[in-house]
Design a protein around this ligand. Structure first.
Ligand SMILES: Nc1ncnc2c1ncn2[C@@H]1O[C@H](COP(=O)(O)OP(=O)(O)OP(=O)(O)O)[C@@H](O)[C@H]1O
Length: 274
């Protein structure tokens, strides 16, 4: 994507005021996330090499820092569906992982109601197990009882639509297309009520019909007082599903506001036709 001058957005941006009448579900306060990676190409990161360095008291090779999220602050409320947009490497996935508690803040704080669930394209399902076994495992991992899981399995498989063209639920996940796997992941996650559900591009590989169904399910989750964060490069998906959008650029929160306004400014800046 061509370099653009973002300074006009920076100066125009003012964060939305806090709303004391609504219940917050996620508070992110001046969050900074830093990755540390070895700068040396020949760096041996194995435990044995680490122990050797410890015993010999040799210094670790130089580490490079990637400051992926820089001073992000916002408050999310019950019933909101919030889109996260930004170019590649702008820090969207890092922010979601920090909200899920999977990455420690370098500075600042994340406060969240309950345990936010991260539903990503890399969510841990086991390729060698059948779709149905993965549904059982996924539901148990989300804390459902076995009786509840047994009740829910047929409904989850039906919602995912993986059996629409044959009995795929009894086949190993390794035989699924990426779209089918994404549909199953979403169906599993959507089977439970979440206080905070974080979705990272999981819907991008689903077809139009499934996107419509998942949009409806997301609206139901929000109506049940949950908060949803959705990372997507598909601005049409964000516009269809989210009432509010955060725009990240190089780890900095550039805009936070109504989806139409934020995506409109983003599209104008990058010359994307509306
Ligand atoms: N595990 C990691 N180790 C080191 N740096 C990382 C790691 N993961 C991400 N980064 C860096 O952090 C920055 C933000 O990456 P992130 O994946 O959060 O961006 P993103 O907006 O989700 O990108 P995309 O749209 O391409 O998925 C990038 O500079 C990336 O190179």
């Amino acid at each position: 994507m061509a370099a653009v001058d973002i300074s006009s957005v920076e100066t125009a941006y003012a964060p939305p005021p806090l709303d004391p009448t609504r219940k917050p579900t996620v508070i992110v306060d001046d969050l900074h996330v830093v990755y540390r990676v070895s700068a040396g190409a020949k760096y041996d990161s194995s435990p044995v090499a680490g122990l050797r360095r410890l015993v010999n008291r040799t210094a670790s090779p130089s580490m490079r820092e990637v400051h992926a999220v820089k001073g992000v602050s916002f408050v999310a409320y019950e019933g909101e569906a919030i889109g996260l947009i930004g170019t590649n490497g702008s820090g969207k996935s890092t922010l979601l992982r920090a909200i899920a508690g999977l990455l420690p803040p370098e500075r600042g704080q994340v406060y969240a109601k309950g345990q936010p669930s991260l539903l990503g394209v890399n969510a841990a399902l086991l390729n060698e197990l059948s779709g149905e076994r993965n549904v059982v495992l996924g539901c148990l991992a989300m804390g459902m009882s076995l009786a509840e899981v047994r009740r829910q399995v047929p409904e989850i498989i039906e919602f995912s639509g993986i059996d629409d063209r044959g009995d795929f639920s009894s086949l190993p996940m390794s035989t699924y297309s990426s779209g089918m796997a994404a549909r199953l992941r979403f169906a599993i996650a959507a089977a439970r009520k979440h206080d905070v559900l974080l979705i990272d591009e999981a819907l991008a590989t689903g077809d139009a019909e499934f996107r419509q169904r998942s949009e409806q399910r997301m609206q139901e989750l929000c109506a049940g007082a949950g908060t949803i964060f959705l990372v997507s490069h598909q601005l049409s998906t964000i516009r269809a599903m989210c009432d509010r959008t955060l725009w990240l650029d190089s780890g900095v929160l550039r805009m936070d506001g109504p989806t139409d306004e934020v995506t409109g400014t983003y599209m104008d800046l990058y010359g994307i036709p509306r």
